[in-house]
Ligand binder design. Structure first.
Ligand code: DC
Length: 221
C-alpha cells in the first residue's frame, strides 16, 4: 500500500551534517522540518534544571510527557552540554515513548515533512518513502562540531569534542531503546569527503528518486 504523505527520514550520528541536509531538503521540497534532537535536548536540559535525576526513567519520562513546542526555541539547547544531557535521557524507553506522539503528529502533515534524528527511519516513521542515513568519520564530525561550537562562543578543545563524539556514538548506537542504526532501506550518504553543497546535492538526488518511486506507487493504487 502506498504511504499518503511524503516523509523524508534523515538519520545519522552527531555532526554528520544531517541537520543541515534536513534543512536544505525542507527548503527544496517545500516541507516543514523537525530536528528531533531538540526534543531530547529539551528533556535533558529541563530534567537537569528541575534538579531531577537524569538516570531516572520516571523523572525524565514525566518531563518528556509535558514538553511543548515553545520549549524547543531555547538557545541553551544548542550547547555541547545539552547534547550530552540529551544522549543520557534518550536511553530511557519512557522518554522515547512520551516523545512519539509529537513526532507522529509532525510527520502526518498533509504534504509531508522532513524529520532528522537517530531512529526516524527505523522506529518513528518506518514507512517513510525517503530515507537517508548520513554519516562521516568521527574525526571529520568532531572538526565540524568544534568549529560550530567555537562560532557559538564556546571555548572547547578539539580533542574533547572528538572524545564526546565517540562517547555519544557508543551510547546512541549501543542503547537498548531504539538504537541509532541505519534502516535496511535507507540510502547511505557518507559526507566525509564532501562540502555541504555536495552533500545537499547528493541528498536531493536521493530524495528525487525516492519521490518518483513514491508517486508511481500512489498512481498504481
Ligand atoms: O542530533 P542531536 O545531536 O541534537 O541529538 C542529541 C542526542 O539526542 C543524541 O546524542 C541522541 C538523542 N537523540 C535520539 O536518541 N533520537 C533522536 N531521534 C534524536 C536525538
Amino acid at each position: 500500500m502506498a504511504v499518503s504523505s511524503f516523509v523524508i527520514a534523515v538519520d545519522g550520528p552527531a555532526a554528520s551534517g544531517k541537520g543541515t541536509i534536513a534543512t536544505r531538503l525542507g527548503a527544496m521540497f517545500g516541507l516543514p522540518v523537525l530536528d528531533t534532537g531538540l526534543l531530547y535536548r529539551a528533556v535533558g536540559v529541563l530534567t537537569e534544571r528541575a534538579g531531577a535525576d537524569l538516570d531516572d526513567p520516571d523523572a525524565a519520562g514525566a518531563i518528556a510527557g509535558m514538553l511543548s513546542a515553545e520549549q524547543l526555541d531555547d538557545p541553551a539547547l544548542r550547547t555541547r552540554a545539552a547534547g550530552e544531557l540529551a544522549s543520557r535521557v534518550a536511553i530511557h524507553h519512557k522518554v522515547r515513548e512520551a516523545l512519539l506522539e509529537f513526532q507522529h503528529v509532525f510527520a502526518a502533515q498533509p504534504d509531508g515533512a522532513v524529520l532528522d534524528g537517530r531512529d526516524i527511519g527505523t522506529v518513528i516513521c518506518p514507512e517513510a518513502p525517503a530515507k537517508l542515513y548520513v554519516t562521516a568519520t568521527p574525526e571529520v564530525r568532531a572538526e565540524r562540531r568544534w568549529k560550530q561550537l567555537k562560532g557559538q562562543g564556546e571555548d572547547v578543545a578539539y580533542a574533547d569534542v572528538l572524545a564526546d563524539i565517540r562517547k555519544r556514538d557508543a551510547r546512541d548506537g549501543g542503547r537498548d531503546a531504539a538504537p541509532m542504526v541505519r534502516a535496511p532501506d535507507a540510502e547511505l550518504l557518507d559526507t566525509t569527503e564532501m562540502t555541504i553543497e555536495q552533500a545537499a546535492d547528493a541528498a536531493r538526488r536521493i530524495v528525487e528518486a525516492a519521490r518518483a518511486r513514491w508517486k508511481a506507487s500512489q498512481e498504481a493504487d
